[in-house]
Design a protein around this ligand. Sequence first.
Ligand code: 5GP
Length: 125
Amino acid sequence: MAIDATQPYDDDNIFGKILRGEIPSTKVYEDEWAYAFEDINPQAKIHTLVIPRGRYVSWDDFSAHASAEEIAGFVRAVGKIARENGLVEPGYRLLANVGPHGGQEVPHLHVHIFGGEPLGRMIAK
Ligand code: 5GP
């Protein structure tokens, strides 16, 4: 079910648990600012989720409240993951769902990286 992206951060959310190592994930990358892992239900040949280490519910929360250092670190991590996985030349897609209309289901900010094949239209209708 889609979440309200303005709700307070809930430490029990599934990505918070993944970040703390309380439930397993297939790690793709980690650094001081970000943790990346494979989506459990991939929508493309490559489907990676990148989450900040900080406690942010959504892109809205992150862009409004994260420090410049956190934002820079996270954005650089997303770019680095795509680069290191050879996605830049064929191309890839980034997606951050926010709130009910965005279809956000997990209340810890995550950016989806899709790639590894042509991705078709931007939004399926
Ligand atoms: P959203 O709709 O919130 O942008 O995307 C949530 C994503 O998280 C979905 O693509 C879903 O497949 C993925 N997901 C949900 N639960 C888990 C989990 O426990 N492990 C992993 N690796 N991915 C998950």
